[in-house]
Design a protein around this ligand. Structure first.
Ligand SMILES: N[C@@H](CCC(=O)N[C@@H](CS)C(=O)NCC(=O)O)C(=O)O
Length: 219
């Protein structure tokens, strides 16, 4: 059986858990603790020499990097197809994933990281600057989701798996206490990003979602 190594609060791990549930692939959940340095154990470094979650072990094969794991899962269980079928659809899904990786993830890390690691109010200016970049990206997603149920069109895809946990981490950070000065439109996402919030609810209604969503992540 596939083993999935994941960590509490890791948006990248969540991507993989979502894909496993949506595809109905049975897996053994191997939760690692950041605090206990599990990620730096010899056993885990043999699976991912970078010492990061998520990672997968399937018999004698191992793999890390969340998007690569999504591609692996899609190859072993092709239905429902997460990376599209037609060339245009495939290209669009990959474009959306890469836009998330290059244009949203770094600002998410800067914004949510500052808040979650308790660096406010010292890093207020940096948090506001990254939040503005995040808002620009969320405006793009909002425009897409005003037209379609899912990011790449009418069908759920790997783009949704990639982006959803990143959006959740942003919203969780923006709703923390004493973040009003830096959170901007993120703290009232229902009003400012209604299509994005409706898309979140659509994903949360998918079968198996509850098994992927640790309670401390709920917003
Ligand atoms: N690009 C990687 C990012 C993985 C990553 O940054 N994981 C974090 C948890 S969210 C981690 O394991 N951090 C521990 C560390 O770097 O020591 C992916 O998509 O899988």
């Amino acid at each position: 059986m596939i083993e999935i190594f994941w960590g509490r609060g890791s948006p990248y791990s969540w991507r993989v858990q979502l894909a496993l549930e949506i595809k109905g692939i049975p897996y053994r959940s191997r939760q690692l603790s950041f605090a206990d340095e599990d990620l730096k154990s010899d056993e885990f470094l043999a699976i991912n020499p970078r010492g990061q979650v998520p990672a997968l072990r399937d018999g004698g094969s191992t793999l890390y990097e969340s998007i690569a794991i999504l591609a692996y899962l899609d190859a072993i269980r092709p239905e429902p197809a997460l990376f599209g079928n037609a060339p245009e659809e495939r290209g669009l899904i990959w474009r959306l994933i890469m836009e998330c990786v290059y244009h949203l993830e770094p600002h998410m890390t800067a914004f949510a990281g500052t808040i979650i690691s308790g660096e406010l109010p010292e890093k207020t200016d940096e948090a506001i600057a990254s939040r503005r970049q995040v808002e620009q990206e969320l405006d793009r997603l909002e425009a897409l989701l005003e037209r379609n149920d899912y990011l790449a069109g009418s069908r759920l895809s790997a783009a949704d798996m990639a982006v959803y946990p990143v959006v959740q981490l942003l919203l969780i950070a923006a709703r923390r206490e004493n973040t009003e000065a830096v959170s901007g439109r993120l703290c009232r996402a229902d009003a400012h990003f209604p299509a994005l919030k409706a898309w979140c609810r659509r994903i949360e209604a998918l079968p198996g979602f509850e098994r992927t969503n640790p309670p401390h992540w709920r917003v």
